[in-house]
Design a protein around this ligand. Structure first.
Ligand SMILES: Cc1cc2nc3c(=O)[nH]c(=O)nc-3n(C[C@H](O)[C@H](O)[C@H](O)COP(=O)(O)OP(=O)(O)OC[C@H]3O[C@@H](n4cnc5c(N)ncnc54)[C@H](O)[C@@H]3O)c2cc1C
Length: 318
């Protein structure tokens, strides 16, 4: 039970930023720290990533996302951070009060300081206004990797990958690793978003056709995805038979709750408005990690968590 109690700090979100901040607060002598996480397991978005690209700077070894998440959970446990999973925060109220819901209870709980580390998400099909039927097999990279690595399911065999950001290559490599045959990578611009001079060639090495200057304008299929229609800058349309569509990147801050709260929002990035210390417009709230755009790596968010933990501890001691 968490309602009715009062905490020094409540951290919303248990990704690298949230758990790292919790440990930093504990190290600085702040005792009453609670991390709440809506998922059943703590660790954040990195939990869904099966590839080995995490931890080099902070733990001096290359870990898969799942092992990295385990490592930060273990560290939080070592410092006796209280982590409550399956708790979804539903409201940010003035002066450090938050609304929440969990399978056992719902209500409000207060803290002297609240740290928002809810991360970001990729733009979905509806946000990208792609028309057509609504078959199964349309997903973001996070959903694609979570089905594979957490649920042991292969959601498709011949996906079209939309986008060419760093995360798009993560989707491509996951697909290749599981012996899928990506039909195409589709990019709206005239060159790749991520390291074009290198990755234009790498995509060819993966034997995946690259469609630049093109966007997905339709998806067809009754039950499952059967094809996508792409349109180039001249308006010419091509139908690509496939059984899945992975929308990658175009990240937006996971800040819907902030938008509906009293906290100010940065209209350019849709992240919470913060000062140089990460403090929000209500001084009992702070934010860090990927909820503050732009996209950062897991390691960078972990380091930001450490830093803001020290700042909040100093603030509380003052
Ligand atoms: C598909 C994908 C692939 C990636 N691959 C890499 C990679 O290879 N290498 C790398 O360094 N980085 C990678 N990243 C980036 C990395 O995942 C992030 O940098 C890092 O996880 C951000 O940490 P965070 O703590 O800010 O947020 P997150 O890890 O996103 O954690 C936010 C947490 O907040 C929780 N939450 C959200 N809203 C609520 C709420 N209302 N109530 C309670 N809990 C809530 C979420 O469930 C989540 O667990 C990838 C990201 C994505 C999406």
């Amino acid at each position: 039970m968490i309602s009715g109690k009062s905490y020094d700090v409540i951290i919303v979100g248990s990704g690298p930023a949230g758990l790292s901040a919790a440990v930093s607060l504990k190290k600085a002598g702040i005792k009453n720290v609670l991390v709440v996480e809506r998922e059943p397991v703590a660790g954040g978005t990195v939990r869904h990533c099966g590839h080995r690209s995490f931890g080099l700077l902070e733990f001096q070894r290359l870990l898969t996302g799942a092992n990295y998440a385990k490592k930060i959970r273990e560290e939080a446990k070592k410092y006796e951070v209280q982590v409550k999973t399956k708790v979804t925060v539903t409201q940010y109220l003035p002066a450090g009060e938050i609304g929440f819901i969990s399978p056992e209870e719902s209500g409000t709980v207060s803290a002297k300081r609240v740290l928002i580390t809810t991360g970001l998400r990729e733009a979905t099909r509806s946000a990208r206004l792609v028309s057509g039927q609504r078959p199964m097999g349309v997903m973001t990279t996070a959903a694609f990797q979570s089905m594979i690595y957490l649920e042991d399911k292969l959601p498709c065999r011949r996906p079209v990958i939309v986008g060419s950001e760093i995360v798009s290559f993560s989707a491509l490599m996951t697909a290749k690793h599981f012996k899928m045959k990506p039909v195409a990578m589709v990019e709206n611009n005239s060159k790749m978003t991520f390291l074009p001079w290198v990755f234009n060639k790498i995509v060819s090495l993966f034997f995946t056709p690259l469609y630049l200057n093109s966007k997905v304008v339709g998806i067809t299929g009754d039950q499952r995805v059967e094809s996508v229609v792409i349109e180039d800058k001249r308006g010419e349309r091509t139908k690509l038979p496939c059984d899945g569509v992975i929308f990658t990147g175009e990240f937006v801050s996971h800040s819907t709750l902030v938008k509906t709260s009293h906290l100010e929002i940065d209209n350019n990035t849709t992240s919470p408005e913060v000062d140089q210390d990460g403090r929000c417009s209500d001084s009992s709230y702070y934010a860090t990690g990927n909820v503050l755009m732009p996209f950062k790596t897991g390691g960078k968010c972990w380091r930001l968590g450490r830093k803001i933990g020290r700042i909040i501890a100093d603030d509380l001691k003052r």
